[in-house]
Design a protein around this ligand. Structure first.
Ligand SMILES: *Cc1c(COP(=O)(O)O)cnc(C)c1O
Length: 412
């Protein structure tokens, strides 16, 4: 057997993933109603040409710089490092991006693709509202009609983000089915897309769903690790020993891991929401309590009961509160290349406060889960070891919620 074949059997060459059917090994795929097969095939074809077109890549790079605010800083968290007394901690500052999180990297890429495909209308789903706000912003900039589907429960919890979207000209449609949260919003967005596909592009917000979405979103988020790899080499003269990112659907994590996949000395750790406890309905740690199944377009690890019904989920952070995980993560988890841990609500809230106090940086509650893992690991490591934490977003959106959970009611 040649060395080449040998290599293929351990981990498929990452640039060939997914295959033409959208599979990452046994995961992923295109599990959708027949009416969506044609639009997904058209989208795949359009994306394949766009990604190879230097003009598309140039416009994307220009806007990432001028509108989104890239490159983001690689920041040595000296105060936090000193406080923990172990490995050096670096933060990749995606929280500094326009609209406050990594979501805009993908929203911009897909909106450019929509324009290229001649689509004048954009739809998206949103949970906490970060993806909705990023999409609304890009649509305002490009003059695209924008409709955001959001569960009625989430709209009440995230009233500020709903208003931000409306200020930017988006129509926010309340979804009142089921639990009235993200899962139902995705269903409504898919229904809209089937009906209006000739005029409409669906900007899915994470590395999830039917092919080509997991691949496309990953490609648009890869810029995070492209930058951090160079910045790390410049700052430390070596790669980090471990990269840590929180995992909802998995887009900021795959974006911050991707360029390190072929560096076996760099450990990659995804941190899921441990919620209140690893018990049905109390968390969103798919690798801790999930089983193989199909949800909203792909085959992956899902929190479900033994009848295959989707379990309720809980996390203090809305952005990690989803029953399924992106198929590429399932693939690398099974191969042993990406490890998964979870941080619970209490640990995340403690990390949230710790970063505020040691660095004067207010992290998103989602990102606080990745930080919580670094807080556990750093003190066990020697001082020359380096941890890189992806700070996926800023915490301004979370201040009201965090205060409430920590027992303080802020005056209006
Ligand atoms: C949406 C969001 C997440 C979770 O989504 P991924 O696709 O897993 O990255 C994490 N952090 C922030 C700040 C978010 O807004």
């Amino acid at each position: 057997m040649s060395a080449e074949t040998c290599k293929k059997e351990t981990v498929a060459p990452r640039f060939l993933l997914p295959d033409a059917g959208g599979h990452f090994g046994e995961f992923g795929g295109i599990y959708v109603p027949e009416t969506l097969m044609t639009p997904l095939a058209e989208l795949t074809a359009a994306y394949e040409t766009a990604r190879r077109d230097p003009a598309f890549q140039q416009e994307l790079a220009f806007l990432l710089k001028q509108y989104v605010g890239r490159p983001t800083i690689l920041y040595f968290a000296e105060g936090l490092t000193r406080h923990l007394g172990g490995a050096k901690i670096y933060l990749k500052r995606e929280d500094l991006l326009h609209t406050g999180a990594h979501k805009i990297n993908n929203a911009l890429g897909q909106a450019l693709l929509a324009k290229r495909m001649g689509k004048k209308r954009v739809i998206a789903e949103t949970g906490a509202g970060q993806h909705g706000v990023a999409t609304a912003a890009i649509c305002a900039k490009f003059g695209l009609e924008c409709v955001i589907y959001m569960g009625a429960t989430d709209m009440a919890r995230q009233a500020l983000n709903v208003y931000r979207m409306r200020l930017m000209g988006a129509e926010v449609r309340a979804v009142t089915a089921g639990q009235q949260t993200l899962k139902e919003a995705v269903n409504e967005a898919m229904r809209d897309w089937v009906t209006n596909v000739r005029t409409t592009h669906y900007i899915l917000g994470t590395a999830y769903g039917a092919h080509p979405f997991p691949m496309m979103v990953r490609d648009f988020q890869r810029v995070i690790s492209k930058e951090s790899r160079e910045q790390m080499l410049a700052a430390e003269g070596k790669l980090p020993d471990q990269v840590i990112a929180c995992v909802g659907g998995g887009s900021n994590a795959i974006g911050s891991f991707f360029e390190y996949l072929d560096d076996p000395a760099v450990a990659l750790t995804g941190v899921e929401a441990g919620g209140r406890a690893i018990a049905p309905g109390e968390h969103a740690a798919r690798f801790a309590g999930g089983k193989l199944g199909v949800l909203q377009g792909c085959l992956t690890y899902i929190l479900q009961n033994y009848d295959g019904q989707i379990e309720g989920t809980h996390s203090v952070s809305a952005g990690l509160d989803y029953a399924a995980v992106g198929p590429e993560h399932a693939y690398y988890w099974k191969k042993g290349r990406i490890q998964f841990a979870h941080a619970n609500d209490t640990e995340a809230l403690a990390a949230f406060q710790l970063l505020c106090r040691t660095e004067g940086i207010l992290p998103a509650l989602e990102s606080s889960h990745a930080l919580a893992h670094a807080v556990k690991v750093a003190p066990t490591l020697a001082q020359e070891k380096v941890l890189l934490v992806n700070l996926s977003g800023r915490g301004d959106k979370d201040v009201w919620h965090a205060a409430k959970v920590m027992g303080e009611e802020l005056a209006v």
